[in-house]
Design a protein around this ligand. Sequence first.
Ligand code: DTR
Ligand code: ZN
Ligand code: ZN
Length: 315
Amino acid sequence: MSRIAPWRRAALAAGTCTAVASLLISGATGAGAANSAAAPDIDIAAVKADLAELQSIADANGGNRAHGQAGYKASVDHLKKKLDAAGFTTKIQEFTHGGATGYNLVADWPGGDAENVVMAGAHLDSVDEGPGINDNGSGSAAVLEVALAVAKADLKPEKHLRFAWWGAEEYGMVGSTHYVNELGSGELGKLDAYLNFDMLGSPNPGYFVYDDDPALEKVFTDYYATKNIATEPETEGDGRSDHAPFKEAGVPVGGLFTGAEATKSQAQADKWGGKAGESFDPCYHSSCDSPKNIDDKALDTNTDAIAHAIWQLSS
Ligand code: DTR
Ligand code: ZN
Ligand code: ZN
């Protein structure tokens, strides 16, 4: 049972959660944010190198990076090593599911107001069928490279920054639910935003922006507008990824998605290219979800959008 911070419960009861969220976020998107340094461009080559390393980890561990398999823990250890070297305070949170131990990796960037936390996350586990490079090496690598860019810039944000990589999402957001339930209402109440990134490089990409919180949605839609990229509200995934337990606990959520098993409409093909009727990701949950199953432009653009949101929301 997830907990809701008392003041958030009151807000939810009064139906003013979005207004409260907008109030919380507006501080980050107000005049002060306009003066914050712009986020750096994240090198897509670094993201692709992370994906190659995740593929190698799967290759060396039975072909997957699934919960309960050696490839998943090797993925966690690989990312933790990079984050520790960059100066993050990291923690591996264990949980059990299906008789196997699962692991969440949480990395805090030292500094910022601990009472106002901006968090970004992605699930690091794959399905048993394959290496899970788009689902969800893409989100995991994008969040990793943005975190490493924070460290490289030695960012001193107003708000505290926290990054997380979840276990056992494919079993029903098990790792992220465990994290939310263990966090406690006091700490949950400090989360101004949780941003989720699951499948950012689908080969026939759509640019879908989570529409759960208007203020967070606007941070992304405004960014894509500057790139002349048309977006659509993300509606397919309600309750289907790691933002769900945070939303249920009253935390404002946002995020990005490029499409899974759904097929592209003619209107979407007109907007984004490709053919109507094509699956956004024909290798979804399949053994062919390898680095070849990535649209570099989509992954590059989405990674830069994450950096923009992190810089803006934490300033
Ligand atoms: N649950 C994700 C895939 C997924 C399907 N629809 C959405 C919408 C938004 C985010 C993710 C997804 C998975 O299979 O990991
Ligand atoms: Zn999946
Ligand atoms: Zn996923």
